[in-house]
Design a protein around this ligand. Structure first.
Ligand code: URA
Length: 433
């Protein structure tokens, strides 16, 4: 086979056969196909798309490009959860303990943040001593013993995706539904879960800006999962403003603790309970959504889920005192208010701008090699639909510097204040199963 022929086929809107995709992904993985040819093929895919069969073949080839984790040693049905990425998205920190407290084993692999979105591993590392480096045997042992373990992604899982993603990043081809679907599902399927819940974000802070695009991505991922024998459900949720009040690593851990105490912001709590309900049904613990919901609310308000968070944190080396006393989590030295120039009602909060402001403060990384500062971040005081007076605080910046002008301006710009009440989008648009 010659790569130039496969590029030409895709350029001419033809369909690649299974063995052609397998050959191509083997060449990407072992480096025998040069980057310039892979890049040309990615651009052809970007413009001409892929058939459902090609996307499924690409996903399987990505899974087979490296190790696959065997979770057979864990008793019970393992349900994994994945978010397509957003700002202030701390749902894994809440849903993991909630679902585990209901009796479903949660063996989760999570990533670090990049750009304007955060990552669960960075957030958890705000807790002194917490580490995500468990080998496969320890990972399985932790899940059997505590019901919940969260580890970082290993180097050998889906290496083809690592290479493709790095090339997509620098060739403006990230934003392609078949490439995103195969990238996400390839990693999820390699990590060994029995069933998968996808939280597909929609809106200005998400990859998918419109409901139609998000639905298309969700449908393709659900089809891939089911086609490969893994029950898969996608929840389309709103990312037109940051999720909850807190953005930044320690900030988000604090907010997750509040939700687990039953004092969470309603939209964030609703999303977590919905995701957890579907996970526990897939996990075979509850027979219906009503029963799952009722039981999970009970678990949340009884403090069992918060106890689960404490146990899991301690088991992975973290200081449990930081869960009992969240003010012991890292805190930036300066708390700076962002004031409103006018009165009115908050019409929108550009989530991606808030995420970028947090990144500039040091909460996120611009490149994969960068490091994060766990103590800095943003607390939104006003959210969409809230009334605000002139001079009132819209948000606080938690910073290392005394005057982080760029982040302050960016955060202020992220807010639109209007005279009229906006229509607040629902937190959950649709569920695709
Ligand atoms: N997240 C992924 O893992 N892959 C993509 O392509 C986009 C988001």
């Amino acid at each position: 086979m010659r790569m130039v022929d496969l590029i030409q086929k895709k350029r001419d809107q033809k369909t690649l056969a299974t063995e052609e995709i397998n050959w191509l992904i083997r060449g990407v993985t072992d480096g025998t196909i040069p980057d310039y040819q892979v890049s040309a093929w990615l651009m052809a895919v970007y413009f001409n798309g892929m058939s459902r069969q090609e996307t499924r073949d690409l996903t399987q080839a990505i899974v087979q490009s490296g190790d696959t984790i065997q979770l057979n040693g864990i008793k019970g049905i393992k349900v994994d959860k994945h978010s397509t990425g957003g700002v202030g998205d701390k749902t894994s920190l809440i849903v993991g303990p909630l679902v585990a407290a209901a009796g479903v084993p949660v063996a989760k692999m999570s990533g670090r943040g990049l750009g304007h979105t955060g990552g669960t591993v960075d957030k958890l590392e705000s807790i002194a001593g917490f580490h995500t480096e468990l080998d496969e045997a320890a990972f399985i042992e932790h899940v059997n013993k505590y019901k919940l373990a969260i580890v970082g992604q290993t180097g050998q899982l889906a290496p083809a995706d690592k290479k493709l993603y790095a090339m997509r990043d620098v060739t403006a081809t990230v934003d392609s539904i078949p490439l995103i679907a195969s990238s996400i599902m390839g990693k999820k399927l390699a990590s060994g879960a029995d069933a998968i819940i996808l939280d597909v974000k929609v809106g200005n802070g998400a990859f998918m800006k419109t409901l139609d695009k998000a639905r298309e991505l969700a449908e393709q991922m659900v089809e891939i999962g089911k086609g490969l024998g893994k029950p898969t459900i996608a929840i389309l949720s709103d990312m037109n403003e940051p999720l909850g009040y807190e953005v930044g690593n320690a900030n988000e851990v604090k907010e997750a603790i509040e939700v687990l105490k039953g004092n969470g912001e309603p939209r964030l709590t609703e999303l977590c309970l919905t995701i957890a309900s579907h996970m526990t049904i897939l996990g075979g613990v509850y027979p219906s959504l009503n029963e799952a919901r009722q039981a999970l609310e009970e678990i949340l308000h009884s403090g069992k889920a918060l106890n689960m968070l404490r146990t899991f944190v301690e088991a992975q080396g973290g200081d449990p005192l930081m869960i009992d006393q969240p003010d012991k989590l890292p805190q930036a030295p300066h708390q700076l208010p962002v004031l409103s120039d006018k009165e009115g009602i908050v019409e929108s909060i550009q989530a991606d701008e808030v995420g970028l402001a947090a990144m500039k403060l040091g909460a996120g990384r611009e490149t994969k090699e960068g490091s994060v500062d766990h103590s800095v971040g943003i607390t939104l005081v006003k959210k969409v639909g809230d009334r605000v007076e002139k001079g009132e605080t819209l948000a606080f910046i938690h910073a290392k510097e005394t005057n982080p002008v760029e982040a302050l301006n960016q955060l202020k710009e992220a807010y639109s204040i209007s005279d009229e009440s906006p229509s607040v989008p629902p937190i959950i648009y649709e569920i695709i199963q």
